[in-house]
Design a protein around this ligand. Structure first.
Ligand SMILES: [Fe+2]
Length: 259
């Protein structure tokens, strides 16, 4: 499996605090059946302050970790989780902000409010040739309250990544329910551990995939194999056809009976 979304690299963001912790996390990842990790270091997140992140810094860190990974057989790939600011088309020239030779960007938002005109900025990014991937929408309050926001995002060209921990229940009932609805309606394209440490927020793809398989069947494999592989290579990822909501289906059935 390929893990797309984590903070396993040491001392670059609020993730792993040391090389020792990173190695412990990688050991867990390996036990979970993860063969490739796409490292997504926080980029321009307000909580990171002035800390500089760029392609050279992340690659140097990956090289340092790889030199210490005795007996752990995992490939590490550089990347970032970009905090949303209305500057996405400007920062994509910084290679660390994009995947697959500029084809994809992982973007996160604050949990309680979506910024004004964010959809226009995402559309501008799409038009520039970079597909926005929305990080863990199931953790955003406006989306928990209105899942149609995700339908609109997908229809305007975005892809969706959910956190494995949301599905397992690490972030509470609302997150779990929302992630299940997104999966049931074929609105998820990647699952990532969003691992931050070797304690409560570690790699957990294996456990999440068991739950995911119950919901989506064998199609779930695409979320941790085919799609992230295409992302690394910069190949086109086709979204699934979105399922209508149960309420809408029921309304349609009643309407069909009436006419
Ligand atoms: Fe993250």
């Amino acid at each position: 499996m390929i893990d797309f979304h984590n903070h396993v690299l040491p001392n670059l963001d609020d993730g792993s605090k040391s090389m020792q912790q990173t190695l412990s996390m990688l050991k867990t990842a390996s036990e979970q059946g993860i063969t490739d990790i796409i490292c997504t270091v926080h980029y321009q997140h307000p909580k990171m302050g002035e800390k500089e992140i760029n392609f050279e810094i992340v690659n140097q860190c990956i090289e340092n970790v790889q030199n210490e990974m005795q007996g752990i057989n995992i490939n590490l790939h550089p990347g970032a989780e970009v905090f949303y600011l209305p500057n996405l088309t400007e920062i994509k020239s910084d290679l660390i902000t994009v995947f697959g030779h500029g084809k994809y960007m992982l973007i996160e938002f604050l949990p309680y409010q979506l910024p004004i005109n964010y959809d226009e900025e995402l559309f501008k990014l799409s038009l520039s040739g970079t597909t926005p991937i929305i990080a863990h929408p199931e953790r955003y309050k406006p989306i928990q309250d209105n899942i149609d926001i995700v339908v609109k995002l997908i229809n305007s060209g975005c892809l969706i990544q959910i956190d494995a921990g949301s599905l397992i229940g690490h972030f509470g009932k609302k997150c779990k329910n929302t992630s299940e609805i997104l999966l049931k309606r074929n609105m998820v394209h990647f699952i990532g551990s969003d691992a931050h440490n070797d304690l409560k927020r570690n790699f957990c793809l294996k456990d999440a995939m068991l739950l995911c398989e119950n919901i989506m069947g064998r199609k779930s494999e695409k979320l941790v194999k085919e799609n992230p592989l295409k992302l690394i290579k910069g190949e086109k990822i086709l979204p699934f056809e979105i399922q209508e909501s149960n309420a809408k289906n029921l309304f349609q059935k009643i309407l069909n009976r009436m006419i």
